[in-house]
Design a protein around this ligand. Structure first.
Ligand code: GAL
Length: 800
């Protein structure tokens, strides 16, 4: 049996030794009742210190195990404790677990008082002075603290199945490895079924830690068709069931070759983003729904086919969704640039062990990162991490992220953070210049990021350049067939330490903001990989946002073939994908001529003269009248002398068709066209009205093993649905019903965007959230909250 144990924890941010001496059954006064996932400090979005979450805190839970549990093993499974946890039972220390990103189990069996009250006490140390990864030097991300992943009490055995690893290959070979505890004389039953519940294979045999078979009817797992299978393993002693484990896995083969990644024998080009597992206010402590939402966003809103869980193993809820969506995952050990002493390295090796043992059943994982991100070479240390990963999982390659070239390559794949692109040069370096061994695979594990931090509230030109820099790297990487793909830094803005970021403890490196609202760079990814019709336009077409009122080249990010531009309802021109991006499937489309055929249509010029006048006007916009190139000066002279175009008329035409300064603003319509047919459109006109656009991932919240949470994304949009990036009003959140807000009830729109979270409070019912801002129609969302499970089933179990 597995009992969720996420409710009824008592928390204090200050651990004291006195907590160990609590008499059984006496609840201590003054502790806060909390629910898991829990953070030791709720934080502002920005502008706070990392000292706020660094503490030695304590969690207490009462447990009265029924007498019927005698003879079984009673174990507590912690999803994660950031960053070191010591678990006491009735004051006795049973275990210290180091490392904030992997699960651990504490066996209570021999110390429990059955039929009587017991105290479980967890001392959680979230101080960054711990001598374990990732600590020891500056780190570019906050590490937060607390029991931030779910907890369960397991009553199993006494014979146990441990460390079950189920692997299916593209050849339908099935391998099951597991460790039996006291399993001699037991029988193992295995049943494998596909995602429709259809049985594919079964066996019953004396316990065997290594089972192999061929499963001819097994469906394959792939990014396009992520078919999952389930293996149920049961351990019997006679007719009594001792233990069971259910594992979801996929039949697929990962093969990294010199020229890239092959999945089931087919080459696949990786297009991904790096992801931290952090949120505003809560740090790491969110429930499964929010974790899964990030996977959805990556796949469906950003069109990615891969993600790197930088720089540590992340929630299984996120990985589960990646498995279901077919999103490939590069998962790595915790760490950032620093390698510590021997004790530190031993802990790091232990973290590799836990990572591989705990995550190897996820078919989405295609690569293990077994180096500390961006650390120097250290052959002795990295031989240990590589050997261990290969021993525990012979089916997957290893990589390890470097920020320098030609490092010692002990791994199977050279994974490199290529930050060469500075806006004016190549997007990335060729593989042969980076890796010491071209016979092995190569991928770019990060690009962009700190090279061009960009806020959603930066000026339009900067946000556009941010998008184009991502496009340039995507293009150049795609143009080199021996680069397996690239991961952009990064999915969303994140809280960081004092040594990094913009001074407010935020690294504005995301293609999304912290609330997962998109910046223009997100549209580059969406156009390249999304399935539906994508169209985004880089500009609001407000000339006053630009130096010299020159809009410059505007870009459309779309997966259509072309974009047609209409000015006040009349076709100006049709634009094709930019030639600078020949390797992208859907390059940005530059819209650099807003005059088009209007000079002949509306001003009565002959087609030949219209073309020449247009050339001169566009050159005047690009270079300025005082710096026109000689050929344009000659053309202008010819137009004046031969075609009788006066200077005055030229200035008028410039004002009307190019600058727009002092002209009544224009209505622009961008129409994406595929196979000659319009598939999407964007209209840009001066803002007349603004309204709130509120997007929520669910209206039905369910308490199952623990609290649930809805993610709400808010944008101010104009009458045409276009983002109003500089409308910076206060948003007010009013909530009624059986839920509570996470974070403040009032916050500013930043870059025209904001967000909030609504969490359940342990009760079924309803909730209503009203989002309002001055001068805008309030938006009300209704939520249904249901209760399906028992978030602290240990209580119920103890009662019966
Ligand atoms: C890399 C590092 C990331 C992040 C990024 C910013 O060096 O691996 O964690 O700091 O730079 O661009």
């Amino acid at each position: 049996m597995r009992y969720p144990m996420n409710d009824n924890w008592l928390f204090t941010p200050l651990y004291t030794e006195a907590l160990r001496r609590l008499p059984p059954g006496t609840p201590p006064a003054g502790l806060e009742r909390v629910r898991i996932p829990h953070t030791v400090a709720l934080l502002p979005v920005n502008g706070f210190s990392e000292r706020e979450y660094q503490k030695e805190s304590a969690y207490l839970h009462a447990l009265t195990p029924p007498l019927s549990w005698r003879g079984r093993r009673v174990r507590l499974r912690f999803g994660a404790a950031a960053h070191q946890a010591e678990v006491f039972l009735n004051g006795e220390s049973l275990c210290v677990h180091s490392g904030g990103y992997t699960a651990f189990t504490v066996d209570l069996t021999d110390h429990l008082r059955f039929g009587q009250p017991n105290w479980i006490l967890v001392r959680v140390d979230s101080r960054e002075s711990l001598n374990i990864p990732p600590f020891g030097k500056a780190i570019d991300y906050m590490t937060f603290g607390g029991l931030y992943r779910e907890i369960a009490l397991e009553v199993r055995g006494p014979a146990l199945l441990e460390d079950v690893f189920v692997h299916g290959g593209a050849d339908r070979a099935l391998t099951i490895r597991c460790r039996g505890v006291d399993a001699e004389g037991c029988t193992l039953r295995v049943r494998v079924a596909d995602d429709q519940g259809r049985e594919l294979w079964r066996t019953e045999r004396p316990f065997d830690p290594a089972v192999t078979a061929t499963v001819p009817d097994a469906p394959l797992w792939s990014p396009e068709a992520p078919r999952l299978c389930t293996a149920v393993l049961e351990l019997y002693r006679g007719e009594e069931r001792m233990d069971s484990q259910t594992v979801r896995f996929g039949f697929r083969t990962v093969d990294f070759r010199a020229d890239g990644l092959y999945l089931n024998g087919t080459k696949i080009r990786l297009r991904g983003l790096d992801r931290h597992q952090s949120w505003p206010y809560m740090g790491y402590a969110v429930p499964a729904r929010a974790q899964a939402l990030d996977a959805e966003i990556l796949k469906k809103e950003l069109g990615c086919n891969a993600v790197r869980t930088s720089h540590y193993p992340q929630s299984h809820a996120f990985l589960d969704r990646c498995d279901e969506l077919g999103l490939l995952v590069f998962t790595e050990m915790p760490g950032w640039q620093h390698i510590g002493d021997e004790a530190w390295q031993d802990q790091a090796v232990e973290m590799v062990r836990e990572m591989v043992l705990q995550y190897r059943n996820h078919p989405s994982i295609f690569l293990w990162g077994v180096r500390i991100n961006e650390s120097p070479d250290n052959d002795a240390f990295y031989r240990r991490t590589n050997d261990l990963a290969h021993e525990l999982d012979p089916t997957r390659p290893t990589g390890g992220v470097r920020n320098f070239k030609k490092s010692h390559l002990l791994e199977d794949v050279y994974t490199y953070n290529d930050f060469v692109h500075n806006g004016t040069n190549r997007g990335c370096d060729p593989k042969r210049k980076v890796t010491p061994d071209t016979a092995k695979g190569y991928l770019i594990s990060e690009h962009n990021g700190h090279m061009f931090p960009t806020k959603s509230f930066d000026w339009e030109g900067k946000r556009l350049e941010h998008a184009l820099r991502h496009a340039r790297v995507l293009n150049d990487a795609a143009g080199q067939p021996d680069i397996a793909g690239c991961f952009g830094w990064c999915m969303f803005d994140y809280n960081t330490h004092q040594d990094f970021g913009s001074g407010d403890r935020v690294c504005y490196h995301g293609v999304l903001d912290m609330f997962r609202n998109p910046k223009p760079a997100a549209a580059v990814y969406a156009a390249e990989g999304c399935e539906g019709d994508a169209l985004a336009v880089s500009s609001t077409m407000d000339i006053g946002e630009h130096p010299g009122s020159d809009l410059g080249t505007v870009y459309a990010f779309t997966n259509a073939d072309a974009v047609r531009l209409y000015r006040n309802g009349e076709l100006v021109n049709e634009f094709l994908p930019g030639k600078e991006y020949p390797h992208m499937a859907h390059p940005p489309i530059p819209i650099d001529d807003r005059i088009g055929s209007q000079l002949e249509k509306k001003e009565g010029f002959s087609p030949r003269v219209a073309a020449q006048v247009r050339q001169c006007l566009l050159a005047a916009a690009r270079y300025g009248v005082g710096a026109l190139p000689p050929r344009i000066l000659l053309l202008a002279a010819k137009l004046m002398l031969v075609d009788r175009l006066t200077y005055q008329r030229a200035v008028e035409l410039f004002g009307k068709y190019v600058a727009g300064w002092g002209e009544i603003a224009t209505s622009w319509r961008f129409e994406a066209v595929r196979n000659g047919r319009p598939v999407a459109q964007v209209t840009r006109e001066p803002m007349q009205t603004v309204r709130l656009e509120v997007r929520v991932d669910t209206r039905t919240l369910t308490e199952r093993d623990t609290w649930d949470m809805a993610t709400i994304r808010i944008r101010a949009v104009d009458q045409n649905g276009g983002l109003a990036p500089f409308v910076s009003r206060a948003v007010t959140l009013t909530l009624t019903g059986e839920a509570e807000l996470v974070g403040p009830a009032a916050l500013p729109l930043a870059g025209g965007m904001a967000g909030t979270y609504l969490r359940t409070v342990g009760q079924a019912g309803r909730a209503e959230l009203t989002v309002s801002a001055a001068g805008m129609e309030p938006v009300t969302l209704a939520f249904t909250i249901q209760k399906e499970g028992d978030c602290d089933a240990t209580q119920t179990a103890a009662d019966c």
